[in-house]
Ligand binder design. Structure first.
Ligand code: ATP
Ligand code: MG
Length: 579
C-alpha cells in the first residue's frame, strides 16, 4: 500500500473527548473517525487490524469445529418476548417500528435468534453437538459511550453459541471455547488474565472473562499471589486476611446523642472507635425494576462494617434479581426508619436484614438509633434484632486472603475482551428448543455462549502496547508490517530502490506500506512512529550514497544500519523475533 493512494489523515492533537491513550492514538492515526457519540467509521488501517483479528478468530474457531453463520441485525420483538428480554434488557436495547408498525430491535446479542434458528432444525441427538458463530455488528444503546471502541454503541463482536445433549457435554464444549480463547489471545502476545465473572442478565452458572490488563480498564480484578485464582471484583469472595473476632460479652443496650454525626468517619472520630469496628446500615429496594409496571418499593437493610463497601452484584445474586437493587432515597429511608440515613440502624426495623459475614465477629456494636442525632451502643444481633441472612456481601480488595490458598489478593485493572458462559437450558426451555435423546425422550438443548469484542480487543491492544510517540502494533494484527519511509520521492534512484524493495517484500509475503508523500523527513518519521507498524526502513539519497540503510524496530526503536543489499535479509532475520 502506498500512502499517496490511501485515505489516511493523521492528526497532531487528539480531540477533546478522547480520554485514554488508545482512543487518542486511534483518532490521531486515522484508524477511526467519530460520526456520532459511540458510532464511528473505521478507516482503512483500523479495518485492516480488525480483519486480521477476525481471521485469527476464524482460524482458531474453525479448527475446533465451530461453523460460521451470519444472523440479522434487525430482530423482531416476538423473539425477544419469548425470553422476557424485550423488557429485561431495558433501554440498552434500541427498539423501533417499521412502516407496518411492527416492533423490532437492533441486535445487542443473539441468543434469541440463534435458538430460533436451530430449534427448527435440530431434531435428535444425532444433530448434536453444534457450535455456530458469527462476526457481526452489534448495537447497544450504552448510556455513556466512552473511550472510543471500548464502550461503543455500534461495535463488532464475535459471538458463538453451542448446543449439546447434556451438561457434561456442554461443559466439555465450554472447555473447547476456553482453550480457543486462550489460543486467540496468546496469538496477540498481550498480557491478559482469565477471571471468574458475573453472569449478568445472560443467565447461566459458569462463566469466565478474558481481561487485557491496562490501567485504563473499567474492570477491577483481584489476582492471587500464589495460585491461578483470579476474579472480577464483582464476584470475588471477600475473606479477611486477619478476621476480627471479639471476645467481649454482651453489654446493656444504651442510647446516646450524636448531634450532626452523619458519616461513618464522623462517628469514628466522635466515638473514638475505628471504622472497621463500627457497623453501617444501608437501605435498598428489592424491586429491581425488571417489571416496569411494578413501581412498589420493597425495602431491605444491609449491614456492613464501617470500613467496607457493599458489592451490589453479590446483593443482586443473593436476592435472585436481574439487576442490582436500587438504593432507597433519603425520603424512603425516613419512611421506613423514622430517621435520616446517618442515624439509622437495624433495631426495630420491619424489613428483611442482610448481614455481611465480616460483621459476625463484632460484639456490642454502635449503630444508628432510627432517631435523628441518636445512636445505640452495645447492640447485638439475635438479642436486639433478628438477621434474615448472613452472607458475603462486601467488595473484596487488595490484601484480602486468596480463597484457594493462604496467599493474598493483588489488584489489577482490566479491559474485558472476551467472555465465555455456560448457559444451561435457560433459553432452550423458554423458547422450546428441544431434541429427542437416544431413548426418544424430548429434552431441552444445553447451551453455551461465547463473545469476543473484536473492536474492543483492537483498541485494548493499543492501550497495552504504545509509547509516547504512538502505537506499537502487536505483529499479529498490525495493519501493515514494514513501513518504508521514502525520503526523496522525486529522486529516481531513491524511488527506484524503494519500489524494488516494496516489490520484493510483497513477493516474499510481507505487507509493506510506503510513505511516498511529498513531505519532510521529520513529518514522515513522526507519522511512522504514530502508525506503529513493526519495522521501518528509511530510504533516502544520503543513505543510498553511503550505502547505509536504516532498518528500525518500532517496539524497541533499535536501529540496524545495513548496506542496500542486506536490507531484505535483515528484515527476514528480525521478523520472527518481533512480538
Ligand atoms: P460490558 O460489561 O463491558 O458492558 P458485557 O459483559 O455486557 O460487556 P458481553 O455481552 O459479554 O458484554 O459481550 C461480549 C464482548 O463484547 C465483551 O466481552 C466485550 O469485549 C464486547 N463488548 C460489549 N459491549 C461493548 C461495547 N459497548 N463496545 C465495545 N465492545 C463491547
Ligand atoms: Mg461480559
Amino acid at each position: 500500500m502506498k500512502w499517496s493512494r490511501n485515505h489516511i489523515y493523521t492528526l497532531k492533537e487528539a480531540p477533546g473527548d478522547a480520554e485514554i491513550p488508545s482512543h487518542k492514538l486511534m483518532v490521531r492515526a486515522g484508524l477511526i473517525k467519530k460520526v456520532a457519540p459511540g458510532i464511528y467509521t473505521y478507516g482503512n488501517l483500523g479495518l485492516r487490524a480488525i480483519r486480521k483479528f477476525e481471521n485469527i478468530l476464524r482460524d482458531e474457531l474453525n479448527k475446533r469445529g465451530s461453523v460460521e453463520v451470519l444472523m440479522p441485525m434487525v430482530q423482531p420483538r416476538e423473539l425477544w418476548e419469548e425470553t422476557n428480554r424485550w423488557t429485561e434488557m431495558g433501554a440498552g436495547l434500541l427498539k423501533f417500528q417499521n412502516r407496518n408498525e411492527h416492533y423490532f430491535c437492533l441486535g445487542a446479542t443473539h441468543e434469541e435468534v440463534i435458538t430460533d434458528y436451530v430449534r427448527h432444525d435440530i431434531k435428535s441427538y444425532r444433530d448434536l453437538p453444534r457450535a455456530l458463530y458469527q462476526i457481526q455488528t452489534k448495537y447497544r444503546d450504552e448510556i455513556r459511550p466512552r473511550f472510543g471502541l471500548m464502550r461503543w454503541r455500534e461495535f463488532i463482536m464475535k459471538d458463538a453459541y453451542s448446543f449439546d445433549e447434556d451438561q457434561p457435554a456442554a461443559l466439555k464444549t465450554y472447555e473447547i471455547f476456553y482453550e480457543a480463547y486462550r489460543a486467540i489471545f496468546n496469538r496477540l502476545g498481550l498480557d491478559y488474565r482469565i477471571v471468574q465473572a458475573d453472569a449478568g442478565n445472560i443467565g447461566g452458572s459458569q462463566t469466565h472473562e478474558f481481561q487485557l490488563l491496562a490501567a485504563a480498564g473499567e474492570d477491577a480484578l483481584l489476582v492471587s499471589d500464589t495460585t491461578d485464582f483470579a476474579a472480577n471484583v464483582e464476584v470475588c469472595p471477600a475473606i479477611d486476611a486477619e478476621p476480627i473476632v471479639s471476645n467481649e460479652s454482651e453489654k446493656v443496650l444504651e442510647k446516646f446523642e450524636t448531634l450532626k454525626q452523619r458519616t461513618i468517619q464522623d462517628l469514628a472520630k466522635f466515638t473514638g472507635v475505628e471504622a472497621k469496628f463500627l457497623v453501617k446500615s444501608l437501605f435498598f429496594s428489592s424491586n429491581d425494576g425488571t417489571n416496569p409496571k411494578d413501581k412498589s418499593v420493597k425495602p431491605i437493610a444491609v449491614l456492613l462494617r464501617g470500613s467496607d463497601e457493599l458489592n451490589p452484584i453479590k446483593l443482586k445474586n443473593l436476592l435472585g434479581l436481574t439487576n442490582p437493587p436500587p438504593m432507597l432515597t433519603d425520603q424512603e429511608v425516613r419512611e421506613l426508619t423514622g430517621a435520616s440515613p446517618g442515624s439509622c440502624g437495624p433495631v426495630g426495623l420491619k424489613c428483611p436484614i442482610y448481614m455481611d459475614h465480616g460483621v459476625q465477629g463484632l460484639k456490642n456494636w454502635i449503630v444508628g438509633a432510627n432517631e435523628d442525632d441518636f445512636h445505640l451502643k452495645n447492640v447485638n444481633p439475635g438479642r436486639d434484632f433478628q438477621v434474615t441472612k448472613v452472607a458475603d456481601l462486601r467488595l473484596a480488595r487488595e490484601g484480602d486472603k486468596c480463597p484457594e490458598s493462604n496467599g493474598r489478593l493483588k489488584a489489577y485493572r482490566g479491559i474485558e475482551v472476551g467472555h465465555v458462559f455456560y448457559l444451561g437450558t435457560k433459553y432452550s426451555k423458554m423458547m422450546n428448543a428441544n431434541y429427542l435423546d437416544k431413548g426418544g425422550k424430548s429434552l431441552p438443548l444445553e447451551m453455551g455462549c461465547y463473545g469476543i469484542g473484536v473492536t474492543r480487543t483492537v483498541q485494548a491492544s493499543i492501550e497495552q502496547s504504545h509509547d509516547g510517540d504512538g502505537i506499537i502494533w502487536p505483529k499479529a494484527i498490525a495493519p501493515y508490517q514494514v513501513h518504508i519511509c521514502l525520503l526523496d520521492p522525486a529522486d529516481a534512484k531513491v524511488s527506484g530502490f524503494a519500489e524494488r524493495l516494496y516489490e520484493e517484500l510483497t513477493a516474499k509475503g510481507f505487507e509493506p506500506f510506503m510513505d511516498d508523500r511529498d513531505e519532510r523527513p521529520g513529518v514522515k518519521f513522526k507519522d511512522a512512529d504514530l502508525l506503529g507498524f513493526p519495522l521501518r526502513v528509511v530510504v533516502g539519497g544520503k543513505g543510498l550514497d553511503n550505502n547505509q540503510i536504516e532498518v528500525v524496530e518500532r517496539r524497541t526503536k533499535t536501529q540496524h544500519k545495513v548496506s542496500a543489499t542486506e536490507v531484505m535479509t535483515t528484515i527476514e532475520k528480525l521478523w520472527p523475533q518481533i512480538k
